[in-house]
Design a protein around this ligand. Structure first.
Ligand code: FES
Length: 107
């Protein structure tokens, strides 16, 4: 059963304080259109609008990355097509369809 990891009204984990003048990038997060800024990593793009990147494989908790530099593997997220990417080292692109939970019956 899918769990909503984003409580209603809860803001993202990251608050953007500067560099707000970059071009907008539009992506989908769990089917909802969201906006990031050109050059943001997927991790930054997701965590500015969500408190978590994904659901843990081991329980109901959410994960939000750990090392932020490509070493710990805690930030792998799914795309709508079932492929996964490492959020902290992938630049967000227009049209990406990202998910906080595995699409379908992922093991
Ligand atoms: S946060 Fe550690 S690999 Fe991405």
């Amino acid at each position: 059963m899918r769990q909503d990891l984003r409580p209603a009204g809860e803001a993202g984990r990251i608050v953007r304080l500067a560099e707000q003048g970059r071009a907008a990038v539009r992506f989908l997060l769990d089917g909802i259109e969201r906006e990031a800024l050109a050059g943001d990593t997927v991790l930054t793009a997701m965590l500015t609008v969500s408190p978590v990147l994904r659901q843990s494989e081991f329980g109901p908790e959410g994960r939000a990355g750990f090392c932020l530099m490509g070493a710990c593997q805690d930030c792998w997220v799914w795309q709508q097509d079932g492929t996964r990417l490492r959020a902290c080292s992938t630049i967000v692109c227009n049209g990406m369809s990202l998910m906080t939970q595995a699409p379908g019956d992922w093991p």
